[in-house]
Design a protein around this ligand. Sequence first.
Ligand code: PHE
Length: 334
Amino acid sequence: KALIAEAETFKAQSKEEVEAFRIKYLGSKGLLKGFYSELKNVANDQKKEFGQTINTLKKTAEDKVNALKQELESKEEVKGIFGDLSRPGEPIQIGARHPISIVKNQIIDIFAGIGFNVSEGPEIEDDWHNFTALNLPEYHPARDMQDTFFIQTNPDILLRTHTSSVQVRYMENNKPPIRTISPGRVYRNEAISARSHCFFHQVEGLYIDKDVSFADLKQTLQYFTTEMFGKSKIRLRPSYFPFTEPSAEIDVYWGLETETDYKITKGTGWLEIGGCGMVDPNVLENCKIDSTEYSGFAFGVGIDRIAMLLHQIGDIRLLSENDVRFLEQFKSSI
Ligand code: PHE
């Protein structure tokens, strides 16, 4: 009877253990064999009970063997379908930061180092913030400099053509001294090619305080390009923007000592990265800043352009196609 209880509670982890159990109880030299051959020696009045007990033991042992076999087989089946469930999971593929984000974050860090904060604004803008406040009244021919996507006319609602609109918003809501950069996406109705797209990214900077001079602007830009490109020279080429006076294009030349030593891409030495100038007093007045007390400078650089220069990207379209073969290459730059 003790053996019946033992057989009932027996547990096995492997087929070998089940087989050993089977041999012990049911094998040709097993316990049951012994009991059966002993049956003839049992006193007649006990024969019935003894016989019943060993029959029960036999059945218990047989049932146990079958049950254990089934249990082990179904475990193996699960393994076959799902593999080893106790194994650690598949490693997760970690993505890469987008080159635009990488460069944008670098620019933010560089300007944070000299006290500029970050300001943001809407991509869908009104006419005032994108044009009129920036000294570009209606019918001003300079509006043609930036081909605009209009969402609605009269009152005009449009996709911002530059993040100067964010600077207007910032000036409206903050008193000088102001030191802020505005990164973001901008839109222009231009044909898409390897070099230009209908949307791209800018970081515009604004510095307003008492006695700000063009020398401050130039030094700030020189600091920026040195941090961004390493050893570099800048050149400010006279230009025109309605919101700055005087205005200039920013060219950068980076790397070696003389212009002929260093070719960044196919024969070009100086590369234009953006525009800049002293904020036009009209713009300050439009934003309720007293232009007799304050002056300031502004600049805007293209993030896409800088990313393309730094990472040797030959086609601007790669930056918005989201091809993983391209994006994966920036894993090490995070
Ligand atoms: N907003 C100008 C552009 O998008 C760039 C710029 C900014 C120029 C600030 C001068 C001063 O082209």
